[in-house]
Design a protein around this ligand. Sequence first.
Ligand code: DON
Length: 567
Amino acid sequence: MKSIAALLLLLAILSCKQTSRSQQINPYHYTPVKRIVVKHGAIATANPLASEIGAMILKKGGNAVDAAIAAQLALAVVYPAAGNIGGGGFMVIHLKNGKNTAIDFREEAPGKATRDMYLDKKGNADPQLSRNGDLSVGVPGTVAGIFLAHKEYGKLPMKELIQPAIDLAERGYAITATEARWLNENQQDFKKYNTIMPVFVKESDWHAGDTLLQKDLAHTLELIRDSGQAGFYEGETAQKIVSEMQRGNGMITLQDLKNYQAKERTPAVFDYKGYTIETMPLPSSGGVVLQQMLGMLSNYPVDQYGFESVKSVQLMTEIERRAYADRAQYLGDPDFVKVPVKELVSESYLKQRMTNYNPDYATPSDSISAGVIPPESEETTHLSVVDDSGNAVAVTYTLNNLYGSQVVVGHAGFFLNDEMDDFSAKPGAPNMFGLLGTEANAIAPGKRMLSSMTPTIVLKNDKPYLVIGSPGGATIITSVFQTIVNILDFNINVSDAVNKPKFHEQWKPDVVYVEKGFPDSVKQAMERMGYSFKERGSIGRTEVIKMTPDSIVAVADDRGDDSAAGY
Ligand code: DON
């Protein structure tokens, strides 16, 4: 209560102080801010309230890790479709002392999981089982990730970082039009997959501006505040998760929860045209695939081809096709399978990979079973932060698709993920993003499912230059790839780099997905070369922070309620 009052007061003060933010924001009346230019610190997230909380923490003297944690916890309240404590993700960090590191808090398969657990009697993958309900849930990692990042790199006490989220859950906030639409669209599934009806179920329609009160979630967050990580993985919350599993035929046990550990990993760090790219290693495929794409691209003068030219789009499409084909074949959790990462990103391999590239024709993807990408009923979320002293943090975390498994832990108030669908249920069976996999990404107890999340920091002369990332399932890596190339090669401004229509090719199915507004002239020229195009909903929702010599520019994607804040 105290801190929500403090937040409101702070917001009122900020709005009077002629900062670059144009409007006052409070939990019942707020508008996204799409671009800010500030001096000290900035954050961009999927929701204005979460961004304001992150900025408040920066202003209080918290570092970028503190602000990222506070924003993640706030998103778990104000953005229940993807913000979470029941899911998992990845954090990439650059510290002012030059250290690069990464936190892997990806979900993992429960101890009782088996390789063929999603196959029906005929041996076919049953997507219903891996995408909805308790059986689709991986052991959540978000809370462990937050505590590991905080223990190693945080500055302010965790209690200060979590309290704003508790207050928003306890006292409520006004939902956005998008949230209202999503909640309405998912009512049937909420009813189908929950045995104890959560607050998200409502007999009449949700509307923009309705207050969402989440008392159960506030209580769970208080347990985490008071008992730390054990407030989630042990005791009352753990018991509630296990009871939920028992009611809904899920697999997670008390032991699975107690055993879960976030892992600090060495990030993928590589050079691209004089910049240093720091990004997420396995078990996210994001880093390997991004390194492959930028590596292949570095052999061509793409800057001379120009933004949205037939030549650059065709080249990048072919690069994406080859990188995604490797993803399907080779990548999985490195703690369980041997992945030839060094070979996959070596200069000679990447050169050889492009030897069958023809600038005049489409290279056909072999046709085995083609996956189908659903239009846009998916959601993950990314946040980018920089602070006053030169620390930068990129976090992407998720429940997998919108509201994850649709299951809310009874009396605990939070959604559980359906991340088990990111495993390869069997070779050749596409996941919900149409991605294929092999044995490398088969299910095994304790194994982490392959991800595409690509939180990334670009360094220039060893200092943060861009902080970047996106949701979007399979399209995450291409969104990050194209936004980086838009800025570094095509030299276009950050807002356009983020918001101009993107294109996406993922090997299978053999089609180039484009967003509305993608130039017809490029499509038509490429159709003559043998490409097929398909328009789809959003490709990514990218949050970018760019450091210039005398200011920080934070841009939040126009595709959603995304918002930037800073000082
Ligand atoms: O880890 C992954 O790659 C997926 N579970 C991400 C899902 C996602 O981005 C959905 N939303 N936009």
